[in-house]
Design a protein around this ligand. Structure first.
Ligand code: HXC
Length: 513
């Protein structure tokens, strides 16, 4: 065969494989409002940077001949590309080929890029659009999932792992994303469930739509399985690119540094309302502190009583954890604890300093929370902050009561620097509750109990609910007015360093997050 014939043969084979399940299947994908697998890679990656691997891998014969069709690339596209000039390893499942189901060869292609991501120390991005374990391949497809989960676990904390859910992901197809750092979903496109509505109806007799059971809104707002919600696929990929701009390529390096930019809106001293019971939005505080007043919120729609997100201070990435007084007064509860703890651990693993903004009345009391395990979940925040060895800077803005004072990165959990504003109230409990307990007799015996109660509340406020008692003991390092906060945080971060390793040598701790 001549050289030209060989080249033409190769081009013909490649263009057939690139069509995946064929023109009709790709059209069907488009009719569902979805991009095709290759369009997705074009939108995600810098133009012309995708280097595909294993296009010619063939479907393995382990399905006892049950698949008569050719399965192009065995239903997944894999390779290396770039995002904002930085290399990433990527796999994208092709629903046009056997529903993106995962068979032996499909799994081997994925584990190969996972190994490349480990060896090259670059982020791993998975685009998931799959019916789960390929039924015809039986135990071989289960083996494939096991090998992926194993690698997800080994890569955790080594390179950032990102999952974009762009289809009906069922069974094994959802556990791998759950083991990654960030899950992106798209409205009316993404579905995630262990067993779908049909199985639920058969087994339990319950009827529910796929959207309600495991749609993008459900996983963003209710379950917390998804960290980022987008209206369409393009928007979702733009969010992935934005997220990567804050992150290092691996835990061996520091996050990228950009040109410093002052906040667009500076913090003013009236940011905390005069009436200490009034709510405000903690995002306004964050905007007044961080570069360009810009941040990327993680888990925006889940456990909104706590804020988690990335921002920059003088060009350096920081992770921000902040109580949100506008939602449930900023209490800590089961979901807020899970959300914060997971974020703290990610930042610690990837050398991202933590800034904690505190204004919380405490852990949420109640039978429901107790029975949902607020003790077990709440402990995760204590664990995550205590374990973290990145620089930890805390700003106590207003309420810091009881266990929540300790939990929100107090000096006692290893904060490197604690700032309090003059409006800080650091005490075992709020003035009203405390006065009713410790001055109960005086209030009851008073001729005007209501006036005595008010007087005692004021007395308590003056004596205890302020930053000065904690500052007098060195638990607070400095008291500043809000407009001095950014400058102080920048100066501390300039001198803070990230240790190379975590805490005591041991096999590992035992708190699941
Ligand atoms: C083999 C599959 C498949 C699967 C879909 N297909 N899922 N083939 N194994 N798991 C094939 C279909 O046969 C069809 O092939 C093509 O993909 C498109 O599927 P449709 O059903 O036509 O598409 P749609 O109507 O959009 O429905 C998509 C779906 C549905 C919701 C994903 O196919 C579905 O419910 N699949 C099964 C999901 C599931 O229960 N997975 C769990 C597997 S067990 P043709 O040839 O007609 O185009 C598992 C355990 C792992 O994952 C556990 C690890 C811990």
């Amino acid at each position: 065969m001549s050289i030209m014939s060989r080249i033409n043969e190769f081009l013909a084979k490649a263009s057939r494989l690139i069509l995946g399940g064929g023109r009709e299947a790709l059209e069907s994908q488009r009719r569902k409002g979805k991009l095709t697998v290759r369009e997705r890679l074009d939108v995600l990656l810098d133009p012309g940077t995708f280097l595909e691997t294993d296009l010619f891998v063939e479907h393995s014969a382990s399905d006892f001949g049950m698949h008569s069709k050719m399965l192009a690339g065995d239903g997944v596209v894999t390779g290396i590309g770039r995002v904002d000039h930085r290399p990433v390893a990527v796999f994208a499942q092709d629903f046009s080929v056997a529903g993106g189901s995962l068979g032996r060869a499909h799994a081997s292609k994925i584990t190969k890029v996972m190994d490349a991501s480990r060896d090259m120390l670059i982020p791993l991005i998975g685009i998931n659009d799959s019916g789960g374990a390929r039924i015809q391949e039986g135990v071989d497809s289960l083996c494939g999932y096991g090998e992926i989960f194993y690698r997800n676990t080994l890569l955790s904390g080594v390179v950032p792992q990102i999952s974009v859910i762009l289809g009906p992901c069922a069974g094994g197809a959802v556990y791998s994303p759950a083991l990654t750092d960030f899950v992106f979903v798209v409205d009316r496109i993404s579905n995630m469930f262990i067993t779908g509505p049909q199985v639920i109806k058969t087994v339990l007799g319950e009827e529910i739509s796929p959207e309600e059971l495991g749609g993008a809104r459900t996983h963003s707002a209710i379950t917390g399985n998804a960290h980022f919600f987008a209206d369409n696929e393009e928007d979702s990929f733009e969010q992935v690119r934005n997220l990567l701009s804050y992150l290092p390529s691996s835990s061996r390096e520091d996050p990228p540094v950009t040109a410093p930019k002052p906040p667009k809106a500076a913090l003013t001293r009236d940011v905390i309302p005069e009436d200490r019971r009034r709510a405000y939005c903690v995002r306004d505080v964050i905007r007044g502190i961080v570069d360009s007043s810009e941040f990327l919120e993680v888990h925006e729609h889940f456990a909104r009583n706590i804020f988690t997100g990335f921002a920059r201070l003088e060009g350096r990435t920081v992770g921000i954890v902040a109580n949100q007084p506008r939602v449930l007064a900023g209490v800590l509860d089961v979901d807020a604890s899970d959300k914060a703890a997971r974020f703290i651990r990610f930042c610690d693993a990837f050398r991202i300093p933590l800034i904690t903004l505190v204004d919380t009345p405490g852990y949420l009391p109640g039978v429901n929370q107790e029975h949902m395990g607020v003790i077990r979940h709440g402990a995760k925040i204590l664990y995550a902050y205590s374990e973290a060895t990145v620089p930890k800077l805390t700003v106590i803005m207003r309420k810091a009561y009881g266990g929540a004072y300790i939990a929100m990165c107090s000096r006692h959990l290893g904060a490197n620097f604690v700032v309090a504003w003059p409006t800080a109230e650091i005490a075992v409990m709020g003035p009203e509750g405390a006065a009713n307990i410790i001055f109960r007799r005086e209030i009851e015996e008073s001729s005007d109990p209501e006036a005595t109660r008010r007087e005692k509340v004021a007395e308590y406020e003056e004596k205890f609910a302020n930053p000065y008692v904690a500052a007098s003991k060195g638990y607070v390092d400095t008291i500043l007015i809000p407009e001095q906060t950014r400058e102080a945080l920048v100066r501390i971060l300039e001198t803070a360093r990230v240790p190379d390793s975590g805490r005591m040598p041991r096999r590992h701790g035992n708190i699941p997050l």
